[in-house]
Ligand binder design. Structure first.
Ligand SMILES: *Cc1c(COP(=O)(O)O)cnc(C)c1O
Length: 367
């Protein structure tokens, strides 16, 4: 039986003038749209009480398990408005599947893929006037699920809430193609073997924040994490996957073998690469190989990628070396390959290029 996500009658809508102002402004989700999708799960009744209602604050007891043990997962995807006004999602079924993999790891209930998709479509359809039309602007969608039960004993929740919220977004990093400086931390890890690194959960982000602060001391806006056991192997950023491009067109990214999140942008880039004259190579990349080959001029470009920032070029890597800080500049801070990959991806997302892989799904087709 499928979960309906119908609009509760007489919900509030933002005044059109105010809405125009919000939707036209830049920034990454500074305002949430008028509605949210919500459903409740209990051990006894399964999923029920699903609807689209006003975006609102949640009622929560101070003893709610989510506030204590962090049993939470989330997703992030975007709705794109094409030139003809139609609204599209990019590979949303991948988000649905990953959400359930994350749920499995955090011992939260599964939500059928169709219900996940229906909730996303229903929210975007309801708040379609919140989907911007501007260059590179989108409506960012945040589905999440959490233990929603007041108890302090440590066990998986017998009650969970699933909610989808969203809001207008310009690219996560203010200017999409300005190279960023990245701190390579060997002090902190975001994920360990058999841990939750492959799950999209708030706890991974909580564990990564201190490294952001470490890097910020040196002017770095993002952190590249290495493996927890040896700090010898490159993994990913706090919320983005990592790629390098060699002078002879090899595109290298480490394998997602449990400690790295399986990014949908990452996967899409690997699929797009051959047509751009790049040879994808998914293999372990050591920190020493990375640094040495950049300094040799053999690795020319590096970039981070994810739904929010799309493709973000890396200008310099910085790390702690013998008590000092070594800066390793990329020979091509905004390289040709990085540019080509970004363009290929955003052209598909905004409907300017043929969608050869069938990645785009129009929002109006599900009811
Ligand atoms: C969400 C996320 C990514 C990027 O995944 P996309 O599906 O490309 O948005 C990469 N790493 C981490 C840790 C993430 O949470």
């Amino acid at each position: 039986m499928s979960l309906p996500f119908n609009l509760v009658p007489n919900t509030h809508r933002t005044h059109p003038e105010k809405l125009a102002e919000i939707v036209g402004a830049s920034g990454f989700v500074k305002h949430f749209s008028d509605h949210m999708a919500i459903a409740t799960w209990t051990q006894d009744a399964g999923w029920h009480d699903s609807k689209i209602e006003n975006y609102r604050c949640l009622d929560m007891a101070p003893g709610n398990a989510i506030l204590h043990y962090g049993q939470e997962i989330f997703e992030g995807l975007k709705a794109y408005r094409h030139a003809d006004g139609s609204i599209w999602l990019f590979r949303p079924e991948m988000n649905a599947r990953r959400f359930n993999r994350s749920a499995d790891r955090l011992d939260l209930p599964q939500i059928p893929e169709e219900d996940f998709l229906r909730s996303v479509h229903a929210l975007v359809r309801t708040d379609q006037s919140w989907v911007p039309a501007g260059e590179e602007m989108s409506y960012y969608i945040r589905p999440f699920m959490f233990a929603d039960e007041a108890f302090l004993g440590v066990h998986s929740a017998a009650r969970a809430s699933y909610i989808v919220i969203g809001g207008p977004a310009s690219p996560y990093l203010a200017d999409g193609m300005t190279p960023t400086d990245i701190w390579v931390t060997k002090k902190f890890a975001r994920a360990g073997e058999s841990g939750t690194g492959a799950a999209k959960c708030g706890g991974n982000y909580a564990a990564s924040l201190i490294a952001l602060r470490e890097g910020a001391q040196y002017g770095c806006s993002q952190v590249l994490f290495t493996d927890a056991a040896t700090h010898d192997w490159v993994e990913e950023l706090g919320g983005m996957n990592f790629f390098v491009v060699t002078h002879d067109g090899v595109l290298i990214t480490p394998p997602t073998s449990g400690t790295i999140l399986e990014g949908i942008t990452r996967d899409s880039i690997l699929e797009l690469a051959p047509a751009l004259g790049l040879r994808p190579e998914v293999r372990p990349l050591s920190v020493s190989e990375l640094f040495a080959r950049i300094l040799d001029g053999d690795i020319l470009e590096a970039f981070a990628c994810g739904t929010a920032a799309v493709v973000s070029p890396i200008g310099r890597l910085m790390h702690d070396k013998d008590g000092g800080v070594e800066t390793i500049p990329l020979p091509s801070p905004v390289g040709e390959a990085t540019r080509a990959i970004r363009t290929a991806l955003v052209d598909i997302q905004w409907g300017r290029a043929e969608d050869k892989f069938g990645w785009m799904h129009t929002v109006m087709e599900l009811s």
